[in-house]
Design a protein around this ligand. Structure first.
Ligand SMILES: NC(=O)C1=CN([C@@H]2O[C@H](COP(=O)(O)OP(=O)(O)OC[C@H]3O[C@@H](n4cnc5c(N)ncnc54)[C@H](OP(=O)(O)O)[C@@H]3O)[C@@H](O)[C@H]2O)C=CC1
Ligand SMILES: O=C(O)C1=N[C@H](C(=O)O)C[C@H](O)C1
Length: 248
C-alpha cells in the first residue's frame, strides 16, 4: 500500500530534505507540503496518512493537535519536549487510540547508536559531561538529543545505584558548568559552519572514554524519517525515540 505523506515545515533545513526523500521513496507519495503560511486543512483535503512534522517548538503542539484530532499519524523530530507537553500528546492519543506518534530526538542512526552506547557506558564511570555543538541558527539549547542523552545516562546511573556526581566548584560565572539535566552537565556550542555534533565524555581513575557523533549533512536524518513513516502506521500510541524501531 502506498502511504500518503505530508511534510510540515517543508521549506526548512530538514523539511526540504524530507520532501526530497519522500518523493524519491517508491512506496510513499508526497501529497502535501506545508509551510508557516499554509492551512492545516490542506492535510485533511489531501487525505494524508502520515504527517512528517519538522517545524519549531512554538508550533509543534498545534500541528500535532490538528493531526491527531483528524486521523493522521505523525512522525516528528521537532524539539522542545517537556513532561507537560508529553502529557498533552498522550491525552490526544488516548482520544485517538488507532493513531501513532513517533517523537524522535534524533533521526540519524549514528546519533541513536551514540545515545545507546552512552547509556551502556554510564554505570561504569564516575564522571560524565555532554557537549553538543550545532549551527548558529538553532532555536533551542541544549539540543533535544543532548537532553535525551543526559536523561538516559542519569537513569542508567540511578538504576546502577550510582550516587549523583559531586561538583566541588564554588566559584563560577553563571553558565560555566553548563545546564543541569537530571544531574548531568550539558554544554551547548553554537557555531556557523557546524551542523549537529555531540560528544559524551566519561571519566574515571586513569581513563576517559569519548563517544562522538557528527551529522555532516541533513541527508543523514532521512533513513530514520522514512523508517518512522513506514513503521508508525502499525504502532499506535506514543513512541519516543527511533531506537524502538531499530534492531539494537
Ligand atoms: N530529530 C532530528 O533528527 C532533527 C530535528 N531537527 C529539529 O527540527 C526542527 C526544525 O529544524 P530546522 O529545519 O533546522 O529549522 P528551520 O528553521 O530551518 O525550519 C523550520 C521550518 O518550519 C517552518 N515553520 C515554522 N512554523 C511553522 C508552522 N506553524 N507550520 C508550518 N511550518 C512552520 C519554518 O518556516 P519559516 O521559514 O517561515 O520560519 C521553517 O521553514 C527543530 O526543532 C530542530 O531541532 C532538526 C534536524 C534533525
Ligand atoms: O536543530 C538541529 O539541527 C538538530 N536538532 C535536533 C536536536 O536538537 O537534537 C537533532 C540534531 O541534533 C539536529
Amino acid at each position: 500500500m502506498t502511504l500518503r505523506v505530508a511534510v510540515i515545515g517543508a521549506k526548512g533545513r530538514i523539511g526540504a530534505e524530507a520532501v526530497k526523500a519522500v518523493e524519491a521513496a517508491p512506496d510513499l507519495e508526497l501529497v502535501a507540503s506545508l509551510g508557516r503560511d499554509s492551512e492545516l486543512t490542506e492535510l485533511t483535503d489531501a487525505r494524508v496518512d502520515v504527517a512528517v512534522e519538522l517545524t519549531h517548538p512554538d508550533s509543534v503542539m498545534a500541528n500535532l493537535d490538528y493531526c491527531l484530532s483528524n486521523g493522521i499519524h505523525v512522525v516528528t523530530g521537532t524539539t522542545g519536549w517537556t513532561e507537560e507537553r508529553l502529557a498533552t500528546v498522550r491525552g490526544l492519543l488516548d482520544a485517538a487510540p488507532s493513531l501513532g506518534l513517533l517523537i524522535a530526538p534524533n533521526f540519524s542512526i549514528g546519533a541513536v547508536l551514540g545515545m545507546q552506547f552512552a547509556q551502556k557506558a554510564a554505570k561504569y564511570f564516575e564522571s560524565v559531561e555532554v557537549v553538543e555543538l550545532h549551527h548558529d541558527r538553532k532555536a533551542d539549547a541544549p539540543s533535544g538529543t543532548a537532553t535525551r542523552t543526559a536523561q538516559l545516562i542519569a537513569a542508567a546511573r540511578e538504576a546502577a545505584g550510582r550516587a549523583p556526581q559531586q561538583d566541588p566548584t564554588t566559584h563560577e560565572l553563571p553558565g560555566a558548568r553548563g545546564a543541569d539535566v537530571d544531574g548531568i552537565p550539558v554544554h551547548a556550542v553554537r557555531l556557523r559552519g557546524l551542523l549537529a555534533h555531540q560528544e559524551v565524555l566519561f571519566g574515571d581513575t586513569g581513563e576517559t572514554l569519548t563517544i562522538r557523533h557528527d551529522s555532516l549533512h541533513h541527508s543523514c536524518f532521512m533513513p530514520g524519517i522514512l523508517l518512522g513513516v513506514r513503521k508508525i502506521v502499525d504502532q499506535p500510541g506514543l513512541t519516543f525515540g527511533l531506537e524502538h524501531f531499530l534492531d539494537l
